[in-house]
Design a protein around this ligand. Structure first.
Ligand code: UGA
Length: 443
């Protein structure tokens, strides 16, 4: 089938590549000329395991094209995806300007019947706005072209995006038009072989499903972070508690890891946007507000542990902190809303210096922070330790999982380790003579 995809960010690029991989003819459109030029030469703008070879192979075989020419992409497409960003507006609601700009473009170029698919995370009611916008443009051109707007939210995770896209656990299709559903069933058939993963519903329910999924996951994390605080206060170990509750299948093992707070481009923005939708509809979203507030507080928790260890901020002036991990989670170079950003700022405000290492995000950190005398970005974990007084682990990259504690004891001036992801056993760290501070582990 012939597909056009607007937006070559995480969702658009990964979805487009996976659709080409199973044999569809895909044209990815972006307004960013540089990005499109780069993609044509095999330069992938994001770090995502497995993506680069797949883009290159499908591009070389002619199934995956990149263009800035919207008209050309729309002309040949029977299915048109909208996968552009929906950044938070000042009041926390999702900013729809990019989605609606694409809708206008579609309306200006559409010649033949097509299905327009909203893949971006968009507030309930957006499909109706997209429909009105396209219809308005068509009317202005005096054209009468049949089109439908379907909501098909994306559930892929950064760092596992290709895998999630090739083997989705569900494919949500929101539309009341059986013909559109049939077309999309055909499009997704290669991803839907062993059992039926397609869940059909009305368009508003599909839009809400996406927010409900992310808000539920964020709620689990904030809940565990609250339990971690209680564990600290009462002298319990949240890691025992986690193991004790995860075995209950009603609770499950996923997303109950306490830590330095959730980040990324989705949870913070989506929880806020859903709360905003609730408020706009006259509701008071008590739980969502609490999920966000707990997370905001949690992002400052590692620094609180630093203050507890050192007995206040005054002694931090002139100290050097090694930081392992800057990305908001492993296997990505994305630092949007990352907890590391809060910790770095708090350390700098207290007059401390930072030597940081991340396997993928150092370039991104350079772009965000620029040159500053109190930041050294290192090429290796070991290098970050040189001359450091303390170590803080903020992202759980695999390579940070089993450090040589005896070596850490030798190099860290103050022999102290702050663990924002509970990667180590307290006995192992303390046996090496290092003070160990983790999340919710009984201090
Ligand atoms: C999230 C969802 O997991 C995807 O299903 C969804 O498609 C995506 O948002 C989206 O809306 O596009 P992502 O933002 O890539 O995916 O990251 P996650 O793996 O969900 O992690 C989010 C944050 O939660 C990270 O900062 C992570 O460290 C934190 N986290 C996760 C915890 O603190 N504890 C946990 O137990 C799990």
């Amino acid at each position: 089938m012939h597909v056009a995809i607007f937006g070559t960010g995480y969702v658009g690029l990964v979805s487009g590549t996976c659709l080409a991989e199973v044999g569809h003819e895909v044209t990815c459109v972006d307004v960013d000329q540089g990005k499109i030029e780069g993609l044509r030469q095999g330069i992938i703008p994001i770090y995502e395991p497995g993506l680069e070879p797949m883009v290159k192979a499908n591009h070389a075989e002619g199934r995956l094209k990149f263009t800035t020419d919207a008209g050309e992409a729309i002309a040949g497409a029977e299915i048109i995806f909208i996968a552009v960003g929906t950044p938070p507006d000042e009041d926390g609601s999702a900013d729809l300007q990019y989605v609606l700009a694409v809708a206008r473009t579609i309306g200006r170029h559409l010649q033949a019947p097509a299905i327009v698919v909203d893949k971006s995370t968009v507030p309930v009611g957006t499909a109706d706005k997209v429909r009105e916008t396209i219809a308005g443009e068509l009317a202005a051109r005096g054209m009468d072209v049949v089109f439908d707007v379907v909501s098909n939210p994306e559930f892929l995770k950064e760092g596992a995006a290709v895998e999630d896209c090739m083997r989705p656990d569900r494919i949500v299709l929101g539309s009341s038009n059986p013909a559109s559903i049939e077309r999309l069933r055909k499009l997704y058939a290669p991803f839907n072989r062993s059992h039926d993963r397609i869940v059909v519903m009305d368009v508003r329910s599909a839009e809400l499903t996406k927010y409900a999924a992310n808000a539920m996951l964020a709620t689990k994390i904030s809940f565990m972070n609250e339990i971690a605080r209680i564990a600290e206060a009462v002298g319990a170990d949240v890691e025992h508690v986690r193991r004790g509750i995860g075995s209950d299948p009603r609770i499950g093992w996923h997303f109950i890891y306490p830590g330095a707070g959730y980040g990324g481009s989705c949870f913070p923005k989506d929880v806020q946007a859903l709360a905003r939708t609730a408020a706009q509809n006259g509701l008071d979203p008590l739980l969502l507000k609490a999920v966000e507030a707990v997370n905001e507080r949690q992002k400052g928790h590692l620094f609180e542990l630093v203050l507890r260890h050192y007995g206040g901020a005054a002694v931090l002036r002139g100290k050097t902190f090694a930081i392992w991990g800057l990305a908001f989670k492993p296997d990505t170079d994305d630092m949007r809303e990352a907890s590391s950003r809060r910790l770095l700022q708090q350390l700098w405000d207290a007059g401390a210096k930072v030597r940081a290492f991340d396997p993928e995000a150092c370039d991104e950190a350079r772009r965000i922070f620029g040159q500053r005398p109190d930041l050294v970005l290192c090429d290796a974990a070991e290098q970050a330790l040189e001359g450091a007084d303390a170590l803080a682990v903020v992202t759980e990259w695999k390579q940070f999982r089993s450090p040589d504690f005896a070596r850490l004891r030798q190099v860290l001036g103050d022999a102290v380790l702050f663990d924002g992801r509970n990667l180590y056993e307290p006995e192992d760290v303390e046996a090496a003579g290092i003070a160990y501070w983790a999340i919710g582990r009984g201090r």
